[in-house]
Design a protein. Structure first.
Length: 212
């Protein structure tokens, strides 16, 4: 194994991106197979083709194994409260993507519908993403404290344990992105017809709606 790592140092380093359990079981076999293929090749062209296929296949295989690994962890090791709150938080973001997608693909704009008037627009554009952000961050904090007690690991390390924390952090990033889009970027006016103005003037608009 040491000889193979010395012979293929860059490729051996790349294999470290596999899940640790997969590395222990298959890394030596992968390196040995590559060595045998190269040793049995009859020309430089054949060796280049072997390396080309290896370079293309390795990243795809690593991604596949990491997804399988994360799925196994989600099914067997993730606490129930993480699964529940992650799903609920994701559902809070669903209206945003539904309305934006429908408005972009449909020939009938939703701008004049009640979806684009306060307090409805404030709900799906700000309040629901904010609730999802708080839920996901609160869940991550609870999970990280629990994991630190169980494994004696630091808070910083729990951030990079993506196989375990990806549902919480993914929702948090999406929620923060939606809120930032609504209040911090000029292009949002082109996407959702100036929701910032709608939200800021919701009292005036709501009064006009009630008065008919």
């Amino acid at each position: 194994m040491k000889y193979l790592k010395t012979r293929f140092p860059i490729y051996a380093a790349l294999l470290r991106l596999y899940p640790k359990s997969y590395q222990k079981q298959y890394n030596q076999q992968i390196l040995q197979t590559l060595a045998d293929m190269l040793d049995n090749s009859s020309s430089n062209t054949e060796r280049k083709l072997i390396w080309g296929r290896t370079i293309i296949d390795a990243p795809l295989s690593i991604i596949k194994q990491q997804v399988v690994y994360a799925g196994d962890i989600m099914t067997n090791e993730t606490p129930h409260f993480v699964k529940t709150t992650s799903i609920f938080s994701a559902l809070l973001l669903l209206p945003f993507f539904i309305f934006i997608t429908f408005d972009g693909l449909s020939s009938h704009s939703l701008y004049n519908s009640w979806f684009w008037h306060p307090p409805v627009i404030a709900s799906w554009l700000v309040f629901m993403p904010a609730a999802a952000l708080l839920l996901s961050l609160g869940t991550f904090w609870r999970w990280s404290q629990q994991r630190r007690r169980q494994n004696q690991t630091s808070f910083v390390k729990t951030i990079f344990q993506w196989q375990y924390n990806w549902p919480m952090l993914a929702v948090a990033v999406l929620s923060a992105g939606i809120i930032a889009l609504a209040f911090g970027h000029d292009s949002v006016h082109c996407v959702v017809h100036n929701p910032v103005r709608e939200i800021r003037n919701w009292q005036t608009t709501w009064t006009c709606i009630k008065q008919g």
